[in-house]
Write a protein that binds this ligand. Structure first.
Ligand code: GLU
Length: 497
């Protein structure tokens, strides 16, 4: 039997959770759930200057919102320094790492020279040529140094990758990798902290990770991490490098968001805009993964069933905003009524629209009438506003068409009268009365319905008129009709147009 699956999501807490990071987390989570494995959360916070607690909180919060629960962790690398120190000491004792004293300026110069001479700008191993006495003297005198990993001179490193074919895409000549740095600069008294590739390899080994699923931008790191794992005589996991996410053919960036705040790159901003977690998870799952049937709606339980690393594509994944919105609309329409109400309330309340004193079920009905027109929760306040507040103005096009004559005012007054007397106050009682009114005035029903609609909603288009009237209630409907009639008679509307 193969080993139980252990995967990890390893964010660096230097900002919010990006949709790309969320996709990585999701694929790891799905792989764990599909295989009854373990999903580990590891916070890679060794970069003390750039890591913040606020960012960690935001990342954890976004993962919780998406429903990506972790089975172990969060582990914090900043709390695992002792382990890294031990591993470094061991690699040092085995002669697999060595101290190098070049300053940043020296290294820059060496790199420039290599480039000018069209050589691979890898470290020239000058430090390896120092005598042991000289190394000791320099260290004792307090000169700063980094630890470098001694990459084997020969052979190559092949990344065991599920997506790409080993020989052409995942094979790295060791001689071209260069002795990479595994710690920040430090001295004997104040050692430099361990760096990403090293801590990542130590942790993947220590945590028994079986599959590493992460962005394709990590491929060259993977070769280094495999070399480190081999040097530590630890098992190498299987890797999957997820295709790059692009939008409009370009890498997604925070700059696009500044240019167009409708399309943020952070998960929390999407949530605040009224994207649903269900739609977000479904949409993110399709960034690189697809189902052979071409089906694109996958609620989470189906995703777990259908997901597989073998169905991942290699081509860049297009972040299609329209598709995201479309899927969000689909999930909004398909949530149970009480659930969509629960999610809509914060958006309505933030816009000052409270349904607290309405009868039970009222908001669900109101939402039900407008939901077809909304693709984001944040669209509800505007779409539903007329149920909460009398119109402050009327759509000018409608005013020109339906409020242009004194007869319109008369019609609205008559309607108000009918509404006052109708029993019950519902379509069955209202419809025959309003049809009779239309006949009396020798008008088609639409010619009657439109001015009424405009008077009570301020709009020329709305859901079924009788539903709107019923949900507005008798008193409010009558008040709005009379207000509109008065406005027509007073001439303010004509003057305004
Ligand atoms: N902390 C790294 C990042 O956020 C983790 C990469 C990895 O999965 O190893 O990019």
């Amino acid at each position: 039997m193969s080993k139980p699956v252990r995967v990890r999501f390893a964010p660096s807490p230097t900002g919010f959770l990006h949709v790309g990071g969320a996709r990585t987390a999701l694929f790891n989570w799905l792989w764990a759930r599909k295989n009854s494995g373990t999903f580990i959360l590891r916070v890679e916070d060794t970069d003390v200057e750039r890591s913040t607690e606020a960012s960690t909180e935001q990342i954890l919060d976004s993962l919780r919102w998406l429903g990506l629960d972790w089975d172990e962790g969060p582990y914090y690398q900043s709390q695992r320094m002792e382990l890294y120190r031990e591993r470094l000491d061991q690699l040092c004792a085995e002669g697999k790492i060595y101290p190098a004293f070049e300053t940043k300026e020296e290294l820059d110069r060496m790199r420039e020279q290599a480039m000018a001479e069209k050589r691979n700008p890898i470290y020239n191993r000058a430090a390896l040529r120092l005598s042991p006495t000289e190394v000791e003297e320099r260290m004792k005198s307090g000169q700063a140094f980094v630890w470098r990993f001694k990459v084997p001179d020969e052979g190559h490193t092949v990344v065991p990758e599920t997506l790409m074919s080993g020989e052409s895409e995942c094979r790295f000549e060791n001689a071209a990798i260069g002795d990479f740095i595994v710690t920040r600069p430090g001295t004997l008294d104040k050692p430099g902290g361990p760096l990403y590739n090293f801590v990542c390899a130590v942790d993947d080994a220590d945590m028994g990770i079986t599959h590493v699923i992460r962005g394709a931008d990590h491929l060259s790191n993977t070769a280094k991490q495999i070399l480190l794992l081999e040097a530590m005589v630890r098992e190498v996991p299987v890797y999957t490098h997820l295709p790059l996410i692009t939008r409009g053919g370009k890498k997604m960036s925070k700059r696009d968001e500044d240019a167009d705040p409708r399309y943020p790159v952070s998960v929390s901003a999407r949530r605040d805009l009224g994207y649903l977690r269900e739609a977000t998870v479904n949409f993110l799952a399709l960034l690189g993964w697809s189902h052979p049937s071409g089906e694109e709606i996958f609620p989470l339980d189906e995703l777990i069933r259908e997901f597989g690393l073998e169905r991942l594509g290699k081509a860049n994944a297009n972040f299609d905003e329209d598709k995201y919105l479309h899927q969000n609309g689909w999930y909004m329409r398909n949530l149970p009524a009480e659930e969509i109400v629960r999610r809509a309330i914060p958006f309505l309340e933030a816009a000052g629209l409270s349904a607290a004193d309405r009868p039970e079920g009222w908001l669900a009905e109101v939402i039900g009438l407008e939901i077809e027109r909304c693709r984001l929760l944040s669209e509800f306040p505007e779409a539903l506003a007329y149920f909460f507040q009398a119109p402050e103005s009327y759509e000018p096009k409608g005013v020109r068409k339906f409020f242009g004559s004194p007869e319109a005012a008369e019609l609205l007054d008559q309607t108000a009268g009918i509404l006052e007397a109708a029993e019950p106050f519902a379509g069955e009682a209202l419809e025959p009365e309003l049809r009779r009114l239309a006949e009396e005035r020798q008008l088609g029903f639409g010619k009657v319905a439109q001015p009424i609609r405009l008077a009570v909603t301020g709009r020329t288009a709305s859901p079924g008129l009788f539903d709107v009237l019923r949900l507005l209630g008798r008193e409010e409907s009558v008040r709005r009709l009379r207000t509109a009639a008065e406005a027509i008679r007073s001439g303010v509307l004509a003057a305004g147009n």
